[in-house]
Design a protein around this ligand. Structure first.
Ligand SMILES: [Zn+2]
Length: 427
């Protein structure tokens, strides 16, 4: 029987102990059109990621500002997230990485679809592209870097070509992380969809046919599949997923870090103590206030409404037992439950809010019955606003205070409480 949080069965992922998360909030995320992420924003984001326990992060090193941020992150001396680089398949880029003391891993961009090879990068042939990519990889490996090969636009590439290319990568670096970049979000999370679209098929083929040890997903959300695709990666044997907080990034953005974290910690076996999620909501408010990223109120995990209840049947359910309409406890992500009074609210939520607000006003605990005529009077007044006056917004706590004053404070409420206690003693 599933009647409480602890009764929920856990999902089993293959090799949970090998599954890790890398973050791209200050790299892909910072590329989001219309936002400017300052040095102090990036450092604060790094602090939040450290608090969560994210294993790795990637950053650009192209200009002095980028390098300064990377240095400051390294100077914080945190073991996690490891600071890693991102470079193009060019010696000059890799030299930049090598010039940074303390950075030991770099991603290398290896665009793999024909449209990227021929039309974006102007290579004469696929072979030319492969040669350039492998030269850069060898250079990085020869200079002692750990590598990630970012197979850009793999979901629009010729998958047989991808496989021959990956074999060559492994000959140079068998430990390289093969990043599946669903660059324009074409990927699908279903096992019966073949590559290049099917993420399970891509992961399985890399793992089983080519023996790739390290596979990472990097999913874009153009068609709304970024999170399911990242999870499909884990289900079929990928051991890394590259994510951004709030899913910020190019166009429709990336897979959301916070969604994957809650999925792993709360719903899967083996992650219970891996990540610390209690600042997720605070992190989202920081992004909203400081980095000016609008967070829709119904955004999963961190939106304002995730633990807000208004309708009569829901609020009554949640007041009795949160598990009825709250799939996970708000404190898991540092959120607070919000009971709201609106056009669909019943007497139970009004009673509950009156108790809360009156207790606060009086400084003593105040209790009242749902059938009290004053609760009924407030209920009627509020519904009149919606029925007759066409009110469109919720009733704020301040407004409710006025109703409390109107109906309760003619007589001293403390006496009311005592009278009630006496009443209940009599019963
Ligand atoms: Zn991307």
């Amino acid at each position: 029987m599933i009647r409480d949080y602890d009764d929920l069965p856990k999902i089993k992922l293959p090799n949970p102990e090998e599954i890790k998360i890398s973050d791209s909030t200050i790299r892909d995320g910072a590329q989001m059109p219309g936002i400017v992420m300052t040095r102090s924003h990036k450092l604060k984001i790094y602090e939040y990621l450290h608090h969560i326990g994210v294993e790795k992060l990637e950053c650009f090193l192209y200009n002095e500002r980028d390098r300064l941020v990377a240095k400051e992150m390294l100077n914080m001396g945190y073991e996690k997230p490891e600071v890693t680089a991102w470079s193009r398949a060019k010696k000059a880029d890799i030299d930049l990485v090598l010039s940074m003391d303390g950075i030991e891993e770099t991603g290398i961009l290896m665009s793999i679809s024909d449209v990227h090879i021929f039309d974006k990068l102007n290579f004469k042939s696929r072979d030319d592209a492969v040669e350039t990519y492998l030269d850069a990889l060898s250079y990085a490996v020869d200079h002692g870097l750990r590598t990630r090969c970012h197979l850009e636009d793999i979901t629009r590439a010729d998958f047989d070509f991808v496989k021959t290319f990956v074999k060559k990568i492994l000959e140079i670096d068998k430990d390289s992380i093969i990043r599946i970049c669903d660059t324009v979000g074409m990927g699908l999370p279903y096992p019966h969809v073949d590559p290049p679209f099917g993420i399970p098929g891509i992961v399985k083929s890399l793992k089983e046919e080519l023996n790739v040890k390290n596979i990472e997903t990097h999913m874009h959300d153009d068609f709304g599949f970024a999170v399911p695709n990242s999870i499909a990666g884990f289900l079929y044997g990928a051991n890394w997923s590259n994510l951004t907080f709030l899913g910020i990034g190019e166009r429709a953005g990336n897979a959301e870090l916070e969604k994957i974290l809650v999925f792993l910690v709360y719903r899967c076996e083996g992650f219970e103590n891996r990540y610390n999620l209690e600042k997720l909501v605070e992190f989202a408010r920081f992004m909203e206030k400081e980095v000016r990223i609008h967070v829709p109120r119904n955004k999963a995990i961190v939106g304002e409404n995730v633990f807000a209840h208004e309708s009569g049947i829901h609020t009554a359910g949640v007041i009795k037992k949160p598990f009825t309409y709250e799939p996970f406890p708000p404190k898991l992500v540092g959120a607070k439950r919000k009971l709201m009074i609106g056009d669909s609210s019943g007497r139970e939520v009004i009673r509950k809010k009156v108790e809360e607000i009156a207790s606060e006003m009086l400084g003593v605990e105040f209790k009242i019955d749902k059938r009290d005529p004053r609760i009924d009077a407030i209920y009627r007044d509020i519904h009149k606003l919606y029925d007759i006056e066409g009110r469109r917004s919720c009733i704020s706590d301040d407004e409710l205070k006025k109703y409390i004053e109107k109906y309760f404070l003619f007589e001293p409420v403390v006496d009311e409480v005592k009278a009630e206690e006496n009443d209940s003693n009599k019963n």
